[in-house]
Design a protein around this ligand. Structure first.
Ligand SMILES: Nc1nc2[nH]cnc2c(=O)[nH]1
Length: 442
C-alpha cells in the first residue's frame, strides 16, 4: 500500500460546475508525497478502513471534526503586495488621486529592504490565514523587494505568481517612483525573471515570474511592446489592469484611438496566460476578444465599488466563455479575505439587475466557483477542486453556527460563504503541506 504524506477524513465541499458546489460526506483524501491528491475514497469503498488504519498507524491520519468541512484553497487573482499597509485607507478618493497622493509614495518605500521584509511577511501570513493558497501579485518597481516577497512565499509555503511592476511613462508617473525609461523597465523585468528562475531551482518552491505592465496609462508604447515580446520569449503569465474605470477607457481612446482591450491586444499582452484586473467597462466586443485570446478577468468586487464606480458583468463574461476568477485588489479593496469578496460579488451583481441586465445575479455557488476553480483555471494550475490528480490545496473551515442552525448541505454551504472569518479557518494546506494552523480555538 502507498505511504501517503497525509490522509484527511471528513466532509468535502467543492465546486462541480459554475452553478453547483457538491457536498460529499465522510471521505478519505489521500495526498501523495508530491502534494497531489491521489485518491478520494468514499465510506462505501472497501479500501476505506484499510487505508485509514494504515494512516493511523504511520501518523499521517487527520480527522476533521463534526461541524467543520474541507474546502479547496482559494486563488486570489489580484493583489498589490506593497499596498498592504494602506488597506482600507483613503478609499474615498478617486483612483488617480489615490494613486498619486497615497499609493505611489507608499510603493516607493519598498526601496527599503527591511521595510519590504516586514510588510510582505505580514501580508503572506494574513492571506494564508484567510484560506488563500495561491496569489497573483503585483510587486513594486524594485527587484530586491520583489525577490524578498518571493522568498517569503517560498518560506511560508504560499504558491505565488509575482511581477515586477513596469511603469515608465513620465506623464503619468512621478519622478521618485518610475522606471527611468523603457530600456530600464525591460532590463529590470528580464533580470527579475532570471532571478525568479534561479530561486525556483534553489528552493523548489511554486513561484512564477509574471510580466506586469502596471496599466496602459503608466507605460510608454515601447515598454508595452517590449513586455509583450518578453512574455512570448519566456512563455510567461501576464497581468495588468483593463477597463477598470471610465477614466482608464478614455485614456486609451485619447492616446491610441483604441479601446483599452485593443491597446493591450495590439502589444501581445492578451494571451491565454493573461489575467486582467477589473474589466468593469468591458464592452461585448471586448469580452469576445477576451474569449478568443483565452484571457482571464480578475473580478475585484470590493475595489470596483470604490475605483471602478461600477460592477463587472460576471454572468455575461461566463456566457461568453471568458475565464473569471476573484481578486481582493489589496488595497483598492480593503479586505484580504476572498470570503468577503465572494459576498460582495453576489451583492454587487444584484445591482446590475436594476440596470437592464436581467440575468446578472450570481449565487453563492457561482462566487465559490470563481474563488476556487475560476482562479485556478486562469493560472493553469490543477487546484480549486478536491479530486484525484489535483494539488492538495485545502482549507478546514468550521461552521460557527452548526449547533444552533439547521444542517442541510445547501444551508451549511451558504452559511460558510457568508459567515466564515479567519478565526473559523482552522488549517490550510498548500500541496499537502500545512501552512497555517489556527491553534487558538482547537
Ligand atoms: N485598483 C488599482 N488600479 C490601478 N490602476 C493602476 N494602478 C492601480 C492600482 O494600484 N490599483
Amino acid at each position: 500500500m502507498i505511504t501517503y504524506q497525509i490522509v484527511i477524513e471528513g466532509t468535502i465541499i467543492s465546486s462541480v460546475s459554475f452553478d453547483k458546489a457538491d457536498f460529499t460526506p465522510e471521505v478519505l483524501i489521500c495526498v501523495d508525497q508530491s502534494g497531489i491528491i491521489d485518491r478520494v475514497i468514499s465510506a462505501t469503498d472497501s479500501d476505506y478502513q484499510p487505508v485509514k488504519q494504515t494512516a493511523q498507524q504511520n501518523g499521517s491520519y487527520h480527522r476533521v471534526e463534526k461541524g467543520s468541512y474541507i474546502l479547496p484553497g482559494f486563488t486570489d487573482l489580484h493583489i498589490h503586495a506593497p499596498q498592504w499597509p494602506q488597506a482600507g485607507l483613503a478609499l474615498d478618493k478617486p483612483l488617480n488621486e489615490w494613486l498619486n497622493s497615497y499609493t505611489f509614495p507608499l510603493e516607493a518605500k519598498f526601496k527599503d529592504k527591511e521595510y519590504a521584509e516586514k510588510i510582505y511577511y505580514s501580508l503572506i501570513k494574513e492571506l494564508l490565514a484567510n484560506g488563500t493558497t495561491t496569489g497573483l501579485f503585483f510587486g513594486s518597481i524594485h527587484n530586491e523587494a520583489n525577490l524578498i516577497l518571493a522568498k517569503i512565499c517560498a518560506k511560508l509555503g504560499q504558491r505565488a505568481f509575482i511581477g515586477k511592476v513596469a511603469m515608465d511613462n513620465p506623464d503619468q508617473t512621478p519622478d521618485y517612483y518610475r522606471d527611468q525609461n523603457s530600456q530600464v523597465a525591460l532590463k529590470q523585468t528580464e533580470a527579475f525573471i532570471q532571478k525568479m528562475f534561479d530561486l525556483q531551482k534553489q528552493t523548489n518552491a511554486e513561484i512564477t515570474p509574471v510580466i506586469t505592465p502596471r496599466f496602459v496609462p503608466s507605460c510608454t508604447e515601447e515598454t508595452l511592446q517590449g513586455l509583450g515580446q518578453l512574455a512570448k520569449k519566456y512563455d510567461l503569465p501576464i497581468q495588468s489592469h483593463c477597463s477598470e474605470s471610465i477614466w482608464e477607457d478614455h485614456y486609451a481612446l485619447e492616446h491610441y484611438h483604441l479601446r483599452d482591450t485593443e491597446v493591450l491586444d495590439k502589444f501581445g499582452l492578451l494571451t491565454d496566460k493573461s489575467v486582467m484586473a477589473h474589466g468593469t467597462q468591458l464592452s461585448d466586443q471586448d469580452l469576445d476578444t477576451f474569449n478568443s485570446r483565452k484571457t482571464a478577468i480578475a473580478h475585484c468586487p470590493i475595489s470596483n465599488i470604490y475605483f471602478g464606480n461600477s460592477v463587472m458583468r460576471v454572468q455575461d463574461a461566463h456566457q461568453k466563455n471568458v475565464k473569471v476568477g476573484l481578486g481582493t485588489d489589496i488595497s483598492g479593496g480593503f479586505s484580504p479575505s476572498l470570503y468577503r469578496n465572494m459576498q460582495q460579488s453576489i451583492m454587487s451583481s444584484q445591482v446590475l439587475t436594476e440596470q437592464g441586465h436581467e440575468n446578472a445575479r450570481i449565487s453563492a455557488a457561482n462566487a465559490f466557483y470563481l474563488a476556487t476553480v475560476g482562479g485556478a483555471n486562469a493560472l493553469h494550475i490543477k487546484s480549486g477542486q478536491i479530486k484525484s490528480g489535483f494539488k492538495a490545496d485545502l482549507q478546514i473551515v468550521q461552521d460557527q453556527y452548526f449547533n444552533i442552525s439547521s444542517n442541510e448541505p445547501q444551508e451549511i454551504f451558504e452559511r460558510l460563504i457568508y459567515h466564515t472569518n479567519k478565526e473559523n479557518i482552522k488549517k490550510v494546506y498548500v500541496s499537502g503541506k500545512l501552512v497555517h494552523d489556527n491553534l487558538g480555538e482547537e
